[in-house]
Design a protein around this ligand. Sequence first.
Ligand code: NAD
Ligand code: UFG
Length: 339
Amino acid sequence: MTVLVTGGSGYIGSHTCLELLNAGYDVVVIDNLCNSSPKSLQRVEELAGGKHIPFYQADVRDRAALTKIFEEHTIDFVIHFAGLKAVGESVAKPLAYYDNNLNATMTLCDVMGSHGCKRIVFSSSATVYSGDNKMPLSETSKTGNCTNPYGWTKYMGEQILRDIAKADPEWSVCNLRYFNPVGAHESGLIGEDPKDIPNNLMPYISQTAIGRRDHLSVFGNDYDTPDGTGVRDYIHVVDLARGHVAALSYLQDHKGECIFNLGTGVGYSVLDMVHAFETANGVDVPYEIAPRRPGDLPTVYSSPEKSRQVLGWEATYSLEDMCRDTWHWQSLNPNGYQD
Ligand code: NAD
Ligand code: UFG
């Protein structure tokens, strides 16, 4: 079975390619490298014992490039990671986000359909859940009221796929809602490599620990949480990657749309993360309390029950594993794939 992975050289994509190869799938990647390095896939091939990944450097909105891939390979499934993901940038450049994220999804589905490939896993996000839900978030929690264009592209991306599955019962669509992916492969060869100043907590912590950043700003310590700082559901990227392998098995014999949360079900605060990182790695993470970041919620965590019961998947890595593997990757590659 062959899986086309869009955005496969990115952070989650590269880890998923490796888990797919380990599970016996063949993998083909399309990525325009707007936010990743081709080195990630070379390292995935190395980690997979030399298995080859055909790579197409192209934009998913490029119909001719996609068509060529479907002509050259028999694709059984698509996992669609390709997308822009910086929340703040999406507020400044909404059209770029709607164009990239939505046109890529629509072009992809159109080309898939015309080649008879109708099984897709989509990278959605916990950001599609409305801010007024009770925790934990289950797949039936309220969605919408997104606070930024990035979030709306995920909300609309899910809706586009839902409508395709409604219109043609041959489609199998799996919307996976990720919580907060962190960590890296235990080898330290692949990991998260943000191009600019990191927006997300974990890469900021590790770049602070290695001295690339002066200190971490903790965005708010007056939330209604145990220590006043924001609480999130951090999940090891290898667990997340394996969730995709489980989703493909499920799609083999289920048609229509399905939705699954990929999270651990456990929330940790910003200060929990700082202290866990320091303890796991014997390093210091200097921090200062800063004002709240606009748009942030106090607490977000998942119910992983449906994924556990229906997909037979659950997260296995601990917070200590997430901190150790992040640091291993960061210390072997202080400047990411540039090293
Ligand atoms: P990433 O930026 O590392 O990976 C995305 C990849 O897609 C990059 O390699 C980029 O070069 C490529 N890409 C972007 N637009 C493209 C296009 N039009 N054509 C071809 N390639 C394109 O990000 P990631 O963290 O691995 O995220 C993967 C997916 O998961 C994204 O869709 C993201 O929105 C979603 N997601 C991520 C998180 C997170 O916290 N990392 C949380 C929820 C959802
Ligand atoms: N935080 C800091 N300092 C930082 C960065 C983050 O204190 O420098 C705090 C935030 O305020 C928040 C927590 O750390 O309380 C986590 O923030 P992240 O930016 O790492 O993650 P978010 O939960 O805000 O958002 C992430 C992705 C979104 C995705 C969402 C899904 O960035 O794309 O998870 O839950 F939609």
